[in-house]
Design a protein. Structure first.
Length: 378
């Protein structure tokens, strides 16, 4: 089971694209947090694993509760023989050497929100007082790189920053980051010109990915990585279907249940699927999940079964309906499908060792479908 615990609505930043709504001093009570853990562990026994994520607001605002909950999760998972994965998504401004060491000792993997260069990052990720936050987050990045433990950087791409993607990607890889996730701001006011800029930047980003692979460094770039696996699997469906409201649940500070952390927002209950007292209410959960069947406008599309339209939150943010994908999501899927095929041809054709070590099992299982005649991403 994938369980996200929203420890607080409070945050020391005021990012312009944040989906969590008003930043307010509403925290999860310890008894709610531990009840959420017990609920998640009980539902995880059949599958034998639990992914537990800490979210906010800024989860490190509730540092003591986070550490206690991680300790308890480790103890109970070991007692019940469950595989446990712990992750914390943080803006990094409250990290220090002691906290980094403590999180690593607890086995908590960090996802650091950093939008690349200072120019890129500080456009949207300002402090609550309006100041720049890049310097503080960069210090956190340096701590994580120096610790030599796995982590990822999550970079949000908006219409205003679409033209900076490749620059920021180089910036992050050059500073020792091994895994970057580019999260498109689905709710942004994207124009055709913005999307064309974004397409060109994805071309360059793929070339940066290829260059590092050729140098023997197996960097990770999502969602390109998933597109590579998806193309390799052909028509066997997406790499991971949306499990919102079934095997993926978020618990808000109020104890309400939601399909995922992005659905919590200000926790007004509109998208709630139950609560810790009642559990999941099936009639409410049905609306949280993305559609398994392709909408009429998607039928006939070669990418339909691999598409991120299965992500209920992406659809909800762009179109207001969990089962209906929007034009930006569709655009990105087609760009990534094309790039994935071309990266495949380039690196598999070269027998690139770093690439084959990362993707060989998936990619050698099935040749990709023919792509339009275009040059390789190189």
């Amino acid at each position: 089971m994938k369980l996200s615990v929203v420890l607080t609505h409070a945050c020391n930043l005021a990012c312009s694209y944040c989906y969590t709504g008003e930043k307010k001093a509403v925290r999860m009570a310890p008894e709610t947090a531990f009840a959420a853990l017990d609920w998640g562990l009980e539902r995880s026994r059949a599958d034998g694993w639990l992914w537990l994520g800490f979210f906010g607001g800024e989860p490190l605002v509730e540092w003591d509760l986070l550490a206690r909950l991680a300790e308890r999760a480790r103890e109970l998972a070991a007692r019940h023989g469950l595989e446990l994965v712990l992750q914390c998504t943080t803006n990094g401004t409250l990290l220090d050497p002691g906290r980094v060491a403590r999180l690593h000792a607890l086995g908590v993997r960090l996802a650091l929100s950093l939008d690349g260069t200072a120019e890129h990052h500080d456009l949207a990720r300002r402090t609550a007082g309006g100041g720049a936050s890049h310097g503080d987050v960069l210090r956190a990045l340096e701590l994580l790189v120096a610790a030599h433990r796995p982590f990822e950087v999550v970079t949000v791409v908006t219409p205003a920053t679409a033209g900076m993607v490749s620059q920021s990607l180089r910036y992050l890889f050059d500073r020792g980051v091994e895994r970057v996730t580019l999260n498109t701001h689905w709710g942004g006011a994207w124009t055709d010109a913005d999307l064309e800029t974004y397409r060109r930047e994805w071309e360059v980003a793929a070339a940066v990915f290829v260059a590092w692979m050729r140098r023997g460094r197996a960097v990770s770039l999502e969602p390109l990585d998933s597109a590579l696996v998806g193309v390799a699997r052909g028509r066997r469906g997406p790499v991971e279907r949306c499990l919102a409201g079934t095997s993926s649940v978020a618990v808000a500070p109020s104890g309400r249940l939601y399909g995922c952390a992005r659905s919590v927002g200000e926790d007004d209950g509109r998208l709630a699927i139950g609560d810790l007292g009642r559990g999941i209410v099936p009639a409410l959960a049905a609306r949280a999940a993305g559609s398994a069947a392709a909408p009429d406008e998607c039928r006939g599309c070669a990418a339909a079964e691999r598409c991120d339209r299965h992500c209920a939150c992406a659809c909800l943010e762009e179109t207001g309906d969990a089962g209906t994908p929007g034009p930006v999501l569709c655009f990105q899927q087609h760009v990534l499908e094309d790039l994935a095929r071309r990266v495949w041809r380039t690196l598999v054709g070269e027998r690139c060792p770093a690439f084959l070590e990362r993707f060989g099992g998936e990619l050698e299982a099935r040749a990709p479908e023919p792509a339009p005649e275009r040059g390789p991403a190189s």
